[in-house]
Design a protein around this ligand. Structure first.
Ligand SMILES: [Zn+2]
Length: 87
């Protein structure tokens, strides 16, 4: 699965993920939800903590930092040392 490098943090609140705890694992958030026509591609994904992802509902805000958007626009694919949890 493709994943982003985001300093192991939730891009919304800055919460630091731990690969050791299921409750603090990163969640794969679709910026534009699939049911609203969003894609499942890396350009539509951002890492959120479970609290932010649960509260997000229909919010389509892109919380990704600029360096990540630039990397995606430049065609660079970057990977974090753990996978997104399935949501
Ligand atoms: Zn968060």
């Amino acid at each position: 699965m493709l994943v982003f490098i985001c300093r192991n943090q939730c891009v919304k609140c800055g919460f630091e993920f731990s690969p050791l705890s299921a409750h603090t694992r990163v969640q794969k958030d679709h910026i534009v939800p699939i049911y609203l026509g969003g894609s499942d591609g890396i350009e539509n994904l951002q890492p959120l903590c479970i609290r932010c992802n649960t509260k997000k509902t229909r919010d389509t805000t892109d919380y990704r930092p600029q360096f990540l958007k630039d990397a995606l626009l430049g065609g660079e694919i970057v990977v974090v040392p753990f996978e997104f949890a399935n949501v």
